[in-house]
Design a binder for this molecule. Structure first.
Ligand SMILES: C[S@@+](CC[C@H](N)C(=O)[O-])C[C@H]1O[C@@H](n2cnc3c(N)ncnc32)[C@H](O)[C@@H]1O
Length: 189
């Protein structure tokens, strides 16, 4: 069975095939693996916008993404909760997909981690710009203290989102040890 991260990439790949010239957001750039996946997808001919609050992440990702055309992506050293300020509605009216890989940057300071409040702010902003059938993928790690809180708060809030506007599913692994990551998918109807 594929894990949450592999499943998110499978589904993201299918989304890129559906919307090859679309606008995509990597909300947690980190070392750039999700951005690399998007930019290297054979069907991708769109634009990628990626966010991270840590200089270290930006530097690692810049190095990883250096061979892709510079006009196909933009990296922002800023929190995803500032999405609306950084990419105004007139600059970027629609998005087709977004991916959040929550938690902390592996090998860096574990105290610098995503948090429910700002993750939800970003999700609310991005969801407003999703095209019909556009999707947001969220890989959630609950094996650390902040991650466990973030998971509970996200699930509680997302349960309240209108089912007339969004379908929201969860891929969880019921009998695995050590809190394996889970995948939440939000699809705009
Ligand atoms: C698990 S890592 C992401 C891994 C990344 N997707 C990759 O492929 O390498 C989580 C990242 O989220 C970043 N982060 C934490 N809070 C953030 C925020 N408010 N906005 C954007 N990035 C944030 C952290 O700095 C960290 O690099």
């Amino acid at each position: 069975m594929k894990n949450a991260l592999q499943s998110s990439h499978d589904a993201l790949g299918k989304l890129i095939e559906r919307f090859p010239t679309g606008n995509y957001i990597d909300a947690t750039l980190g070392k750039g693996r999700d951005s690399y996946f998007i930019l290297s997808h054979p069907s991708f001919a769109g634009k990628l916008f990626a966010f991270d609050i840590q200089d270290q992440a930006l530097q690692l990702a810049q190095q990883k993404l250096k061979d892709f055309p510079s006009d196909s992506f933009q990296l922002f050293n800023n929190g995803h909760e500032h999405f609306n300020q950084i990419l105004s509605l007139s600059t970027l009216p629609k998005i087709h997909g977004a991916i959040f890989n929550l938690g902390y940057l592996p090998g860096a300071n574990h105290q610098i981690t995503t948090k429910a409040l700002t993750t939800l702010q970003a999700l609310n902003q991005m969801a407003q710009r999703l095209v019909s059938k556009g999707k947001i993928f969220i890989v959630v790690y609950s094996g650390h203290a902040e991650g466990a809180i973030e998971k509970e708060e996200l699930l509680e809030e997302l349960r309240k989102w209108s089912q007339d506007q969004f379908s929201i599913s969860i891929l969880d692994f019921l009998n695995q040890k050590n809190h394996p990551p889970l995948l939440i998918t939000i699809e705009k109807k």
